[in-house]
Write a protein that binds this ligand. Structure first.
Ligand code: 2P0
Length: 325
């Protein structure tokens, strides 16, 4: 009863921002992401009769407390589904996701955990079932089951059985680059789970955000199909800015941006003024991800590296979905 799986993280081009059901993690809006090859998690799960409690090792260290409980609660879903509520697991997870790059390891982490645990306990491991399961660990993680461009359909059913990711275009459809710009300073931030809840509950801009999604989605999918970089970049950047605008109108208001975040946004706009197509997107943190096409690699790197407050740049290509090792 042992299995090992590998999953990559993803960057949202149309953001998931707000839940309609918190326990089941059902989103208010569809979202769309690109799975990235640069950052991944590998997880082994072994269900063993001799164990009396789950044991979770992250990067070879035994983890206890809230993080370990979150893994056990997630394994409970899998045990229940398999009719094996009696059996505990030893979980070994290795993260190749530098937290400084501003990617939540929860996306690759829960996708790899769902796949390894399902296989180890003997559940079917088709991608749609895995995506539904993974969603209940962390919403954005359900998109990491597939490679390339991926849409998370919010679904309409109250039990969440139609809220899962669907593939839009595979990783080899389009050779894009995503630079994760690592900032030198790391301030405490509003966690994404708390930030999206506060926004849903209090921001008068939130309904406008939800209303704006269908048009963005339709247009970005056209852009992806046509490999129209300007179209995809413009929509992704505008969608990101609209998401962040909702936080400024929340009560109490908040923003994920630092001064360096703004400097990088300005540098990307300047690149465009100089004729270099590049676009930014930002998640629930200060780090910026920059989208570009491979021929502009050198100028993008040089420009970003010279922005004061930038510590490092980690470049990804489109990545594959979850796999078993
Ligand atoms: C996204 N984010 O689509 C958006 C953009 C942050 C901004 O998904 O509560 O860690 O576990 O479902 O998935 C971050 O939220 O939240 C996120 P939970 P998650 O990638």
């Amino acid at each position: 009863m042992k299995a090992t799986a590998k999953a990559h993280t993803n960057i949202a081009l149309i953001k998931y921002w707000g839940k309609r059901d918190e326990p089941l993690i059902l989103p208010m809006n569809n979202s769309l992401s690109l799975t990235l090859d640069g950052f991944h998690t590998t997880t082994s799960v072994a269900f063993q009769d001799r164990l009396t409690a789950d044991q979770f090792y992250l990067n070879n260290r035994l983890v206890e407390g809230a993080e370990s409980r979150r893994v056990s609660i997630f394994l409970d879903l899998i045990r229940k589904e398999a009719g094996r509520t009696d059996v505990c697991a030893e979980v070994h997870s290795t993260n190749h996701v530098p937290t400084a790059a501003g990617f939540a390891s929860s996306a690759s982490g829960f996708a790899a955990l769902a796949a390894a645990a399902s296989k180890a306990i003997g559940l079917p491991v088709n991608e749609q079932e895995l995506s539904i399961l993974t969603r209940q660990g962390s919403g954005s993680a359900c998109r990491s089951i597939y490679g390339g461009f991926v849409e998370w359909e919010k679904g309409t059913k109250a039990d969440g059985s139609d809220s899962h990711a669907v593939p839009v275009a595979p990783a080899d459809h389009w050779d894009l680059r995503v630079a994760a710009v690592v900032l030198s300073s790391d301030e405490k931030k509003v966690l994404s789970r708390e930030g999206m809840k506060r926004t849903v509950d209090t921001s008068p801009f939130y309904p406008a955000w939800v209303q704006s999604i269908p048009d963005d989605l339709e247009a970005i999918k056209e852009g992806i199909a046509e490999k129209d970089f300007e179209k995809v970049g413009e929509i992704a950047e505008a969608n990101c800015l609209r998401m962040h605008a909702t936080t400024l109108a929340a009560n109490p208001p908040f923003s994920y941006w630092h001064s360096t975040t703004l400097s990088i946004m300005q540098a990307v706009r300047q690149l465009r003024s100089d004729g270099i197509p590049a676009f930014f997107t930002i998640d629930a943190g200060p780090n910026v991800k920059v989208l570009y096409t491979p021929e502009h690699e050198d100028i993008i790197r040089n420009t970003l590296q010279n922005v004061p407050g930038v510590h490092d740049i980690k470049v990804s290509r489109p990545g594959q979905g979850v796999s078993f090792i």
